[in-house]
Ligand binder design. Sequence first.
Ligand code: 2P0
Length: 341
Amino acid sequence: MWNKHQVVEHIIGKQREQAKAKGKAFAPSNIALCKYWGKRDAELNLPVTSSLSVSLHHLGTVTEIMRATEKDHIVLNGIELDEHEPFAKRLITFLDLYRPHPEFKFKVNTSNNIPTAAGLASSASGFAAMVLALDDFFAWNLSLQDLSILARMGSGSAARSLMNGFVLWQAGSRSDGMDSFAKSLDIEWPEFRIGVLTLSDLEKSKSSRQAMTETINTSILYKSWPAQVSRDLDRLLTAIQNKDIQLCGETAEQNALSMHATMIASWPPTLYWLAETVSTLNRVWEMRKQGIPVYITMDAGPNVKLIFEKNISTKIQNVFKCEIIAPFASFSNLNFHKRER
Ligand code: 2P0
């Protein structure tokens, strides 16, 4: 079993000299259609199962990295954080893996255009942008596979935030995690839409990391989770290949609700839902009864994301106040492109 330092040593070796004055990168947030819920190794964030996501195009994190003197500086959305704040501590511990020597200090300027900690996976885009910015700063020029492995060690879901469109994170089986990384599915579905409803942007009551651990340790329902994922991944791959919104939406919705069922059945129980979450679910189910093909997914928070196709965008906007993301739109205004390495 490797620790994080051994993985970093294996991937970047001795290439730790500062090559540029500044490194900068954008990474998108992602929403899983088949969820990552549970780890087989907490040190390396190795998952119990594979997962499949779609990246949220321009919604995500921009991170700049420079060299600092004396101490690390972490600036989040324009505000310098105290180094003892949990978020700053988490980033500083991650940066420890990459210092050329212990006295080497970083200035990190990171900005999200999504609500932090509201179940919109900002840790995913945060650690992915951090790894991409480090790659730029130190001029490592790593493959997306290696960058995905490094991002995973910051936050599991970050492994999926290095690429656009549909992304599959293979769980892998090795104890060093070198086969646990994400890959683009390379399938375009231009009509595919995600509607992001922000019902609450309050900090969530329990981290997904803690909720996952409690679920694995105490929820008898979790025993059925790997079988659920295996079935759902097969269905989702077929649905995406065939651009079948009904199969895709029904599978993603059942997968998300099953994940929540496992955590509701844990002890202490985790219920991220608010009254607004439940009323949104009811409204979506009512729309489906009227023949409108809209589906939901949810992460570790109270917010709901809608899954549908472009042709019903107006109907969705008439009912919900939501931001509609077109994951396969072009990227003319962003410095983030599908990269071939
Ligand atoms: C996902 N979530 O697949 C699932 C669904 C939340 C619910 O990945 O402990 O912040 O850093 O590996 O990546 C959120 O968990 O957890 C997550 P860590 P992470 O998107």
